[in-house]
Design a protein around this ligand. Structure first.
Ligand SMILES: *Cc1c(COP(=O)(O)O)cnc(C)c1O
Length: 219
């Protein structure tokens, strides 16, 4: 199967309100260009320097999403061009993104990552930490970021009931904040679902799926 046919098959299975992020981490530019030439304009990467290199080489109408864990000292390398940062899980990181966005005279959209999986290793905040962040005085002062949604990853398991339970948990948190509307926070994006579990994620209310290996092949 070609990258183009993989893309078309996935796109035709998604409802129109679900955005597809093509996760291209570790893949070479010619593979990304194949997706680009098939119409894909949103790419997700998990390493800032790799993303910056691909940004330099590729057409400028691409939206680059940072989907991986972000180290604060590397935010400056993506601040000039990144269009959405999925994995924000602390006030400290948000403060750095705000600072670097300001230097670039931009507003950077961010998703807050929520820990929903059983595994200890997955990053993200719990509901209490999320509410503390959103109600903190420091957060309210940020002028150069906008929190536009939440992101989460389910446990890597064959157990579909468990995956569904975890995605429903995130959807419930998302719904509970749907009335929130301030100058830098309005949640409209729910980023959940990868190659192995995006069908369940969409059933649970995902509006953005991050799909890599089903498009580009195994890494
Ligand atoms: C790699 C990655 C994906 C895509 O994973 P696939 O299983 O290849 O679809 C999605 N989200 C995050 C955060 C990732 O790191």
């Amino acid at each position: 199967m070609s990258i183009e046919s993989n893309l078309n098959e996935i796109k035709s299975s998604l409802p129109p309100y679900v955005t597809l992020v093509a996760v291209s981490k570790t893949k070479p530019v010619p593979d990304l260009m194949e997706a680009y030439n098939a119409g894909q304009r949103i790419f997700g990467e998990n390493k800032i320097q790799e993303m910056a290199g691909k940004y330099e080489e590729m057409p400028k109408d691409i939206e680059w999403h940072m989907i991986g864990h972000v180290q604060t000292n590397k935010v400056k390398y993506m601040a000039p061009f990144v269009s959405l940062v999925h994995g924000v899980d602390s006030l400290k990181l948000l403060a750095e993104i705000n600072k670097q966005a300001k230097k670039n005279n931009r507003v950077i959209n961010c998703l807050l990552q929520i820990h929903i999986a059983e595994e200890e290793t997955k990053f993200g905040m719990d509901e209490k930490e999320l509410n503390e962040l959103l109600s903190s005085d420091e957060f309210k002062l940020f002028q150069n970021i906008k929190v536009t949604g939440l992101m989460g990853m389910a446990t890597f398991t064959e157990n579909e009931d468990q995956i569904r339970k975890e995605f429903m948990h995130l959807k419930t948190i998302f719904n509970s904040l749907s009335a929130l509307s301030t100058h830098n926070c309005q949640l409209s994006t729910l980023s959940m679902g990868m190659s192995g579990d995006y069908t369940i994620a969409v059933e649970c209310g995902s509006t953005m799926v991050r799909i890599g290996s089903s498009i580009f092949g195994h890494r």
